[in-house]
Write a protein that binds this ligand. Structure first.
Ligand SMILES: [Zn+2]
Ligand SMILES: [Zn+2]
Length: 343
């Protein structure tokens, strides 16, 4: 479809209230704590070079991946500063390898103790030859900053606003059942958990790389309380999958769209926030920290400023904290007594 037609249709669907799709419930207070009218959570797929090394859309995927990583590194200090300025917490779904200061090849093989995926292809990636870890530099965060970032994790943990660190697998795998055996999934997530614990982090939120949903039944067994799905843009309610384990639906991706003006980016995003408050829903935005600099500098500040202005109507929280409230583990929000929901 011609980009102009696609962009016009998107604008029309937005004006007609079709995108995001708005769900209805009889009892929104099961999902929105009093005195709020809506809940807002924000997640980042935090991966540096790991997400893009098998990208079909890049001519030289490994070089392209490193470029993305450098852009994310450039953006991160400003992102953390803006979140502090407007007191907006983020759930950073972090690739486990980024927790490492360094790693070493053993007899020429990176991470020989971890099980690998077999070769596969999906809509985004083609892994057709060699070892899954063939681009791992077996180096350290100073010499190969695209593949490790203890320094950025320090920055997240030392920020004024209380962010959450979540999980995005150890090496950004395709998690679908047809591609990923449960043993690979378990090993990846247990390695993330081991490394996160060294930072005092208990991983609760899981975000699937490239939305490759699979192996869900393993998540609660491995200690996770929730995961995100991207089934179109939805303003609605989380789904309880039993035993305090929840699915959070995304509402909108924060990214630079070539066919939108800066003003349109800002006004559309603010109006999604308004709709969440009007319809009394959960609103979940997500982004890649490697998004374009224009977005970070021109669109994000007014959007975060607006969230800060609406914080009396909207509970701004992290995914894990929200799920703790859903599970009755948090009884008070913002100093006000709230009725806890027992699933
Ligand atoms: Zn490594
Ligand atoms: Zn990712």
């Amino acid at each position: 479809m011609h980009p102009f037609i696609k962009s016009s249709l998107s604008k029309l669907n937005f004006e007609l209230g079709r995108n995001p799709k708005v769900e209805q419930t009889r009892d929104y207070r099961r999902f929105i704590p009093a005195p709020y009218k809506a809940v807002f959570t924000l997640s980042a797929d935090f991966e540096l070079a790991w997400a893009w090394r098998f990208s079909k859309g890049l001519a030289d995927p490994v070089e392209g991946a490193k470029r993305k990583a450098r852009l994310a590194r450039w953006n991160m200090p400003d992102l953390i500063r803006l979140c502090d300025q407007y007191k907006v917490p983020v759930t950073w779904a972090t690739v486990g390898h980024l927790f490492l200061d360094s790693c070493e090849c053993k007899e020429g093989i990176p991470h020989p103790e971890l099980a690998r995926l077999k070769h596969f292809e999906n809509g985004y990636w083609k892994f057709a030859e060699g070892d899954w870890y063939k681009d791992d530099p077996c180096s350290n965060f100073r010499d190969a900053p695209e593949w490790y970032c203890p320094d950025l994790l320090d920055m997240i943990q030392q920020a004024q606003v209380k962010h959450e660190i979540g999980c995005h697998t150890f090496s950004h795998i395709d998690c679908r059942d047809a591609v990923c055996p449960p043993e690979v999934f378990r090993q990846e997530l247990m390695e993330c958990r081991r490394l996160a614990e060294q930072r005092g982090v208990d991983l609760k939120t899981f975000i699937y790389p490239a939305h490759t949903v699979g192996n869900q039944e393993e998540l609660p067994k491995l200690g996770f309380s929730n995961y995100r799905t991207n089934l179109g843009n939805i303003l609605g309610y989380p789904v309880h999958h039993g035993n305090g384990f929840w699915e959070i639906k995304s509402s909108f991706q924060l990214e630079w769209r070539r066919d939108w003006s800066v003003d349109y980016h800002i006004s559309r995003t603010k109006r999604i926030i308004d709709r969440a408050i009007k319809h009394k829903t959960l609103c979940h935005f997500w982004f890649h920290p490697s998004f374009k600099r224009e977005y970070l500098e021109q669109v994000l500040p007014p959007v975060l400023e607006y969230l800060n202005e609406r914080r009396d109507d909207m509970w701004l929280t992290t995914m894990a904290e929200y799920v703790d409230w859903l599970n009755g583990e948090i009884k008070e929000v913002k100093g006000e007594k709230v009725k806890a929901m027992v699933p």
